[in-house]
Design a binder for this molecule. Structure first.
Ligand SMILES: Nc1ncnc2c1ncn2[C@@H]1O[C@H](COP(=O)(O)OP(=O)(O)OP(=O)(O)O)[C@@H](O)[C@H]1O
Ligand SMILES: [Mg+2]
Length: 262
């Protein structure tokens, strides 16, 4: 399926190019990349390392600007970071001197709320991710999974229009990772926040996504629709052909990039 642009979508990248210069050498991280993400959908990006996934997320988050093309959320062009787009990174970026509740409340600073209102909201969002018992813990007293839950609670507390997640579960062990995937599915079913999620795991993308895209050399190569109810057993026979096709698409991207380098 060729990516197309329509005006009714929430997130839109239109012919976006982003290059980096380092020591006199130019790297094209995104090359005329076009992508649409529909309102309320969970959308994943898959692709080999260095193919521009994080760059795409950074442009959407507003941490960087494209060299050409446009990134829009709704009808607004993204010109910088803003509380309408919350980001969850692979390593949770919590303030070590704040408790779990303090870290979540910190994400609410842009709202004009009293201290007690912020605290109340923080506790509500911690409960949403199953951490009501850990509100007073500091990051050094948390497991990796707990810290990542706090990061997600902080992002959701901002009530963003768009949630951007860059390999958020990659550093977790298999069991905790599955728990976090269940949490992500539950939150998505309850909240329907438009989500852009990057992962290296085809399985994870299939468990979570409404649609997913494969990327290669700074472009989207194909978009796949995952039309199955949750919870999904992606090891089931019905997923085998789809997994194979996605893996083939990613591998051909890797081969194409190797040939370009030669
Ligand atoms: N700040 C930067 N300065 C120079 N080059 C950069 C910078 N950020 C990214 N790049 C380059 O741009 C390309 C795309 O990088 P990006 O981080 O978007 O890839 P990725 O798909 O997220 O990879 P991974 O799966 O390893 O996280 C890579 O070649 C990378 O080296
Ligand atoms: Mg990356």
């Amino acid at each position: 399926m060729t990516p197309t642009v329509s005006t009714s979508t929430t997130v839109c990248l239109e012919n976006v190019t982003k290059q980096y210069w380092q020591n006199g050498r130019c790297t094209t991280a995104l090359a005329d990349c076009t992508l649409d993400i529909r309102a309320g959908e969970f959308f994943s990006l898959l692709g080999p390392s260095g193919t521009g996934k994080t760059t795409l997320l950074n442009l959407l988050a507003g941490f960087e600007r494209p060299d050409s093309g446009q990134v829009r959320v709704g009808s607004r062009e993204v010109r910088g970071a803003g509380p309408d787009r919350a980001v969850v990174f692979q390593a949770p970026t919590l303030y070590p001197w704040l408790t779990a509740a303090g870290n979540v409340a910190e994400g609410l600073r842009h709202l004009r709320l009293s201290h007690s209102e912020r605290k109340e909201r923080a506790l509500h969002h911690l409960a949403e991710v199953g951490l009501e018992h850990a509100a007073t813990r500091h990051p050094h007293q948390m497991s990796g999974g707990m810290a990542q839950r706090v990061g997600i609670a902080r992002a959701l507390a901002m009530q963003p229009d768009v949630l951007v997640m860059d390999e958020p579960f990659a550093a977790l062990d298999a069991y905790v990772r599955r728990e976090m995937q269940e949490l992500a599915v539950r939150l998505q079913q309850e909240r329907k926040v438009t989500t852009l999620f990057v992962t290296h795991s085809i399985e994870e993308a299939l468990v979570l996504s409404d649609r997913l895209a494969t990327m290669a050399a700074g472009r989207v190569t194909e978009i796949f629709e995952v039309d199955a109810a949750h919870p999904r057993d992606v090891t089931a026979a019905e997923f085998i052909a789809l997994r194979r096709t996605i893996a083939d698409r990613i591998e051909s991207g890797v081969r194409a990039e190797r040939e370009q380098v030669r």
